[in-house]
Structures are given as structure tokens and as C-alpha cells.
Design a protein around this ligand. Structure first.
Ligand SMILES: C[S@@+](CC[C@H](N)C(=O)[O-])C[C@H]1O[C@@H](n2cnc3c(N)ncnc32)[C@H](O)[C@@H]1O
Length: 233
């Protein structure tokens, strides 16, 4: 009885992270494993969408604290983060499997003054083989959105897409103890478990002081670099 009550409470905590549509969104994702994301975009069930760039990423960009060159935002959704860090010194590629999301992103940002410095591509992160690698990859609400059994493949692909001296920035969310997903709960060790065997090391892991609303206290920003090619070689 006590356990049942506790389980109910943790599930409720999860739901309150991204209300109002979290449970309907999860149901859709699980009911349509093939195109659940597209259906969510179609039906407007996008509880993760901040409607603006991620504040901590914008701040790092404004401080000149992000690598220049080529940047990637996997699972970019409406693309706010893509556009917010695109500039003459940094070309940003946003990829997503949802055509609807990308069409909306193109529509929203096609008149941006920095339009020549970013692009949106319909690609599956796990099977994509671009011709050029990246100096920066920014992951926010993508790691927590994929099925946990895909996390090893996520790390392998991150390693494969990043230049040897590139940087991976993970905004780790939601750091909580809830059951189920997406978003699936994450912890620092969930990232270490898959990134360290690929040769990554955390340069820094800090609380995200600029987390938005109910995400406060549930986010940490991790900056990772490869210290060796990988442990399998
Ligand atoms: C939780 S949303 C986050 C969107 C965006 N990062 C944001 O914070 O607003 C996850 C996004 O990943 C996309 N997605 C899911 N699986 C993907 C995959 N295998 N490759 C590329 N995008 C994917 C979904 O369509 C969705 O837009």
C-alpha cells in the first residue's frame, strides 16, 4: 500500500514537470512507435517546447563561451536553439525526424538576419552520416526523449559526429526519480556510463541556474570532451 502510494507520487511528480499535456503526449509516443513524434507535432502535444531558446545556451553564446565552427542540435524541434547560436563564426545544423516540426521551424525563422548561418535537415540522428563533423553538439531534451536502451547508440553517434577536439554539451534533464517516460529520468551517471567508454570526460558539470520554471533544480549542464579515441581501440 505504502509502495503503491509512493509510486503514485513519483509519477505525479513526473507529470507536473511538463504539464499540462505530458500524459497525453506519452500515450501517443507509446501507441505509435513508428511515427509517434510526428503525431505529437501534428496534434500540438509538445509539452517540452519552451517557445524560446534555452537561456543557458544563449548566455554561453553571448559570453563567447561556445566553440565556433560547425554545431549540431539533434532533435531540434522548432529550432530556437539552432537559430540562437548561429552566427558568421558558427554554422548550425538542426536535425529532427519530424517534418512538421522542421516546416514550422523554417517558416518561423526564414527571415532571420542570420539565416545564412543555419540549416534544418530531416534526419534520424541514429542513422545520419554527414560529410562533415562538428565542433559542438548541444543536446537538450533529446537524451531523455529516446528509449533508455538507445543510450549506448546515442553515445556512439555523438562520438562519431564530433571532431576529435570538439565539445559535447548536455543539458541533463530531468534529474528526478520518476518512473517511465519520455522524458525518462536521467542522472549524471547515466551520461557517464555511456560517454566514458567512448573516450569522453566531463570538463565541467554544474547546476543550470537559468533553468526555466518547474525545471529549476532538475537540470545540470555537462561539458564533455574526448580525452582518447575510445577504449575499444
Ligand atoms: C522532447 S523533443 C525536444 C525538442 C527540442 N530539443 C526542444 O527542447 O524544444 C524531442 C525531439 O526529438 C525529435 N526526435 C526524436 N527521435 C529522433 C531521432 N531519432 N532523430 C532526430 N530527431 C528525433 C522529435 O521529433 C522531437 O522534436
Amino acid at each position: 500500500m505504502a509502495t503503491e502510494q509512493m509510486q503514485g507520487e513519483t509519477e505525479e511528480t513526473a507529470a507536473t514537470l511538463l504539464l499540462p499535456n505530458l500524459l497525453a503526449f506519452q500515450e501517443l509516443i507509446h501507441s505509435f512507435p513508428e511515427d509517434g513524434w510526428e503525431k505529437c507535432w501534428e496534434q500540438g502535444l509538445t509539452p517540452w517546447d519552451l517557445g524560446k531558446p534555452t537561456p543557458i545556451l544563449q548566455q554561453l553564446h553571448q559570453m563567447g563561451a561556445l566553440p565556433k565552427g560547425r554545431a549540431l542540435v539533434p532533435g531540434c524541434g522548432m529550432g530556437y536553439d539552432v537559430v540562437s547560436i548561429a552566427c558568421p563564426e558558427r554554422y548550425v545544423v538542426g536535425i529532427d525526424i519530424s517534418e512538421i516540426a522542421l516546416n514550422r521551424a523554417v517558416q518561423l525563422f526564414s527571415s532571420s538576419p542570420n539565416v545564412n548561418h543555419f540549416i534544418f535537415l530531416k534526419e534520424d540522428f541514429f542513422t545520419w552520416h554527414p560529410t562533415e563533423l562538428f565542433d559542438l553538439i548541444f543536446d537538450y531534451t533529446f537524451f531523455c526523449a529516446i528509449e533508455p536502451e538507445m543510450r549506448v547508440a546515442w553515445a556512439e553517434q555523438m562520438s562519431g559526429l564530433l571532431r576529435p577536439d570538439g565539445e559535447l554539451i548536455t543539458l541533463m534533464f530531468p534529474i528526478s526519480d520518476h518512473i517511465g517516460g519520455p522524458p525518462y529520468k536521467v542522472s549524471i551517471s547515466d551520461y557517464e556510463e555511456v560517454l566514458c567508454p567512448m573516450g569522453f570526460e566531463a570538463i565541467s558539470i554544474m547546476d543550470n541556474e537559468l533553468a526555466v520554471g518547474p525545471r529549476k533544480g532538475k537540470e545540470k549542464i555537462g561539458r564533455w570532451r574526448k580525452i582518447r579515441v575510445n577504449s575499444l581501440l
